[in-house]
Write a protein that binds this ligand. Structure first.
Ligand code: GLN
Length: 299
């Protein structure tokens, strides 16, 4: 039986040969998940070159099955069943978009806007997450802003299954301030007109002819969460901006993620309209243009 270190090296090599971008971290994560360990325990056992834990053929079979799936470039988060986003551990799998680190910055800007908003007479601020997917952004806002009431809108029934699971994993306090709506974020919400202090969205925005190169994205993220339609991928984002104009109260803030080359086009869209003022393009942690931030103007 190979030692722990030898097996970790072997799995890392296999994942590397399959083109996995972070083969060592993924090998550690798959081993930890299989044994119910922390990743640090795997690293320590490998560094000490411990003998393999009790020979449990079931564990070995499970590990092998998971490594084979990752070699086929199934997303690590689908294999583990979870994704991390800010302080949250979210359930994800086939049919829902895996939350990305760059959206953590988008969530931060929405959190700041919610904290800066003047609460109404009920002491609350109202936040709407359009195209909520697994709920990453909206649930982070609800978890981090104690007086936020958050509505999450998602059109896909498959994604809604994960969204509801993730709402159930929240504390009772957060859960009591979160509402989910199954529907098209572009046109379902006229009954909430002019109520929101903040609208946040990570809509689909990839142009149809710009297929992502990573198989994890191209083959596993749902296409309706990726492709924004129209010539430039911005048909859905523009419709989300227009819907946000209906949802926001005067002075409210829209925070919307977009691709790193789409900042000018999104600003141009809001600058053409009398509903908006103060459009800004903000960057993500890798210094790429990542989101439109704009204020609902008073007409
Ligand atoms: N950010 C996505 C990606 O990395 C693109 C689509 C989206 O987030 N809305 O593939």
């Amino acid at each position: 039986m190979p030692t722990f270190g030898a097996r970790l090296r072997d799995i890392t090599q296999r994942l590397s040969d399959a083109g996995v971008p972070s083969p060592h971290a993924d090998a550690v994560a798959l081993m930890a998940h299989t044994f119910g360990w922390e990743p640090s325990e795997v690293r320590t056992a490998a560094a000490r070159d411990d003998h393999w834990p009790e020979e449990d053929p079931l564990d070995l079979d499970r590990l092998e099955a998971r490594v084979t799936r990752r070699e086929a470039r199934e997303p690590l988060q689908h294999i583990l069943g979870t994704a991390y986003f800010r302080g949250l551990t979210l359930q994800v799998g086939p049919g829902v978009f895996v939350p990305r680190p760059e959206s953590e910055t988008v969530a931060q800007v929405a959190i700041n806007a919610a904290c800066a908003a003047t609460p109404g007479r009920d002491g609350k601020v109202y936040v709407t997450d359009l195209c909520a997917g697994s709920g990453a952004i909206g649930l982070a806002v609800a978890a981090e802003v104690p007086h936020a009431e958050v509505t999450l809108v998602e059109a896909s029934e498959a994604a809604m299954v994960y969204l509801r699971l993730n709402v159930r994993m929240m504390s009772p306090d957060v859960r009591s301030r979160v509402h989910t709506v199954l529907g098209d974020a572009r046109r379902c919400l006229h009954h909430f007109e002019r109520c929101a202090d903040v609208v946040v969205s990570n809509p689909p925005y990839i142009p149809t002819d710009a297929q992502p190169r990573d198989p994890e994205v191209r083959d596993y993220d749902p296409p309706q969460a990726l492709y924004g339609l129209g010539d430039d991928g911005l048909e859905v984002p523009r419709a989300i901006v227009d819907e946000a104009a209906t949802l926001l109260r005067i002075g409210g803030t829209l925070v919307m993620e977009h691709g790193d080359l789409q900042g000018d086009a999104m600003r141009a869209h809001v600058e053409r309209s009398e509903f908006w003022r103060g459009a800004q393009t903000l960057k993500d942690l890798t210094d790429r243009d990542r989101m439109l931030v704009v204020t609902r103007d008073g007409v």
